[in-house]
Design a protein around this ligand. Sequence first.
Ligand code: SF4
Length: 96
Amino acid sequence: MHWATHWGYAPSTDRAPDWREQGACRDVDPDLFFPVGTTGPALAQEEDARAVCHSCPVMLTCQQWALDTRLEDGIAGGMTAHERVLHRRRQRRTAS
Ligand code: SF4
């Protein structure tokens, strides 16, 4: 399975390249970005996924997309789903 299908995006050959085509994760097993659990091996997996994101030329774009679309699962833009929830909560507090 192509990595991008995990993010709800199917690459197409008949349109301009999307930022996702530049993702450092495009040749990485997509399962890396979906650790199961919150302890032990899952934490190590989370750090490995985060390391891929931190080497990615489109990390900030991906991170903003994940926040804007309220992506519920997986690590994207170097953030876990839980971190995205906390980030949105902080933004709401700041705005009010
Ligand atoms: S930031 Fe991470 S999840 Fe997003 S495109 Fe880059 S490597 Fe993939």
